[in-house]
Design a protein around this ligand. Structure first.
Ligand SMILES: NC(=O)c1ccc[n+]([C@@H]2O[C@H](COP(=O)([O-])OP(=O)(O)OC[C@H]3O[C@@H](n4cnc5c(N)ncnc54)[C@H](O)[C@@H]3O)[C@@H](O)[C@H]2O)c1
Length: 273
């Protein structure tokens, strides 16, 4: 089994909030060196270092910013054991809005792919050389793992989730080819597909409806997942060397999304089939 402790170096994208923050907090609590990466606006006081945690404002879609980050990690630590890709954005639009007779904005659709798919891919492609060198120094016996975050909505989503759920299927679809390609470096690739988790993303619709509706889809326990439960899944994946090339559902048995065709139209949703 691998251990997370002093010397272990990780990047957590989207680490200023929700699932990423929980993962970063956990890794830091184990004395790992953690680079918490999020949009610069998430760190209004700029980049800062607190003991073993480095907060870095960067956009995961930027080649330049992520290259600078990786160069910094190489110079300071010459080691990278784990990348947890939590940065993401959620969308909810119908493809054709019958109230305005307008189709889904193409620009919006591409924006979700830009962050969720291209951004995740960008971080992975720019991290792998340092992870490969780290594994080479350890005779490929280090923890070396890339963790991506898809979503259970890729299996079964309400109608308005076409952009989001298809993005997440794309993220999950990277898992096996990446695991195959990186196997020669001793790097594993594992995807987590969370169900509804109690984070700002779940609560962002402002009405609480999404959170309430999600509960209809859970088998047990009938409550949103806790960010700490996500962090524990990260721990399990890092520590267990035999987990590779798979998507792990973390979802309380989520099925039949939100019990209705539409997630965001509370009054009409239960009347639609
Ligand atoms: N919360 C849920 O119910 C849930 C369920 C399934 C999957 N997920 C996925 O889990 C991941 C984390 O979600 P969360 O619930 O913690 O959301 P969150 O909104 O709390 O956190 C996401 C973080 O990503 C950051 N981010 C967004 N775009 C970025 C960019 N271009 N560059 C750098 N950082 C960026 C945001 O600033 C934010 O801090 C996301 O990929 C999300 O799609 C969440």
């Amino acid at each position: 089994m691998h251990t997370i402790g002093k010397g272990f170096v990780a990047i957590v994208t989207g680490g200023a909030s929700g699932l990423g923050k929980a993962a970063a907090d956990f890794l830091a609590s184990q004395d790992a060196t953690v680079f918490v990466v999020d949009l610069p606006k998430s760190f209004p006081n700029g980049n800062k270092d607190e003991n073993n945690v480095h907060f870095r404002g960067a956009d995961i879609t930027s080649e330049e910013q992520i290259t600078t980050l990786i160069q910094e990690i190489r110079t300071k630590y010459n080691r990278l054991d784990c990348v947890v890709n939590c940065a993401g954005i959620c969308s909810c639009h119908v493809v054709f809005d019958t109230t305005t007779d307008k189709p889904h904005s193409m620009e919006d659709f591409m924006k979700y792919y830009q962050v969720n798919v291209f951004g995740t891919f960008n971080v992975i492609r720019l991290s792998v050389a340092l992870m490969r060198d780290t594994q080479a120094q350890q005779d490929k016996k280090g923890p070396g793992v890339i963790i991506t975050v898809s979503s259970v909505t890729m299996y079964d989503a309400p109608a308005e989730h076409v952009a989001y759920s298809s993005c997440k299927a794309a993220v999950a679809g990277m898992t096996v080819p990446l695991a195959r390609e990186f196997s020669e470096f001793g790097i594993r690739v594992v995807d987590i597909a969370p169900g509804p988790m109690l984070t700002p993303m779940l609560l962002r619709d402002g009405t609480g409806f999404t959170a309430r509706a999600c509960l209809k889809s859970l088998i047990f326990p009938v409550r949103p997942g806790q960010p700490e439960e996500f962090a524990d899944a990260v721990r399990f994946i890092v520590e267990n060397p035999f987990i590779n090339g798979t998507t792990i559902r973390l979802d309380g048995g989520y099925r039949n999304p939100m019990g209705s065709k539409y997630a965001y139209q509370e009054t009409s949703s239960d009347n639609k089939n």
